[in-house]
Design a protein. Sequence first.
Length: 306
Amino acid sequence: MARINLELNELQAFLAVAEKASFKAAAESLYLSQPALSRRIDKLEQSLQVRLLERTTRSVRLTEEGEHFRLHAQNVLDELEQAVRGLGERAHHRSGLVSIASIPSAAQYLLPAALASFAGEYPGMCLKVFDEGAQDVLNHVLEGKADFGINFIGGEDPGIDFQPMFTERYVLVVRKDHPLAVQQSVEWEELVGERLIGVSQRSGNRLLLDHHLASLPERPRVHYEASHLHGAYGMAMAGLGVMVVPELSLTPAYMHTLVGIALGQPQISRTIGLITRVGYKPSPAVMRLIEFTRQEFTKYCLSKPL
């Protein structure tokens, strides 16, 4: 097959002359001199080895071959323009920055798989994760620092849309060599006298736990406190005491030393949801990451025993 050796500017010159029926008008529309325009037409005709235009001192008209070629040339330019526009839109949607705020347990255990799936489809997109406490996650979303958040608070805030994803129970976490570790479930009264490890009283988890403990006639007392769950887990692995924590936070990284046990009444739970600012319009990229995030939480829920 013979190689087609045509240049884009030659096609543009030909189509301009065909549209204007005038070399002068076509040259002006392309910001060219008439000699430069003529050279482009001559080169095109030489490449095609056919006469496309019939020129006189008074008029220009298309030959039969020129009429036929005009339709194909216009289609080529239209399709090329559409392709270039599509690439621009694709680059626009697949580059930039998406920011997510998440409570640490979700950020560590469930969010990475969603981020990996998203990165596979949007390799040019930068990702930023704020793994913070519940109040900071809420603030990041309200202030527009994060496109969306994963949190268990915010449902009562008038500036937040809260979309529940699943309800998570709290469990007792002890070392595997602890006497309670062999039990399938533990009642709260069995914890009286145990040294409880807690997190900061500013934490949403601590507030929720203290609220439930206040309803007990006798309750364990917090002997050790850490600012974050990661530090509290370190204390538990060292054998300093026991913890009552959200089940999601007990990741496989801790399970070689610790075990989670179901708690009796009153049961403590929290609802994890996806939060966005009221009126926020997510981009297609953000919507796709939200979709991947929901898929991972659905997988987690399906993997849990009823």
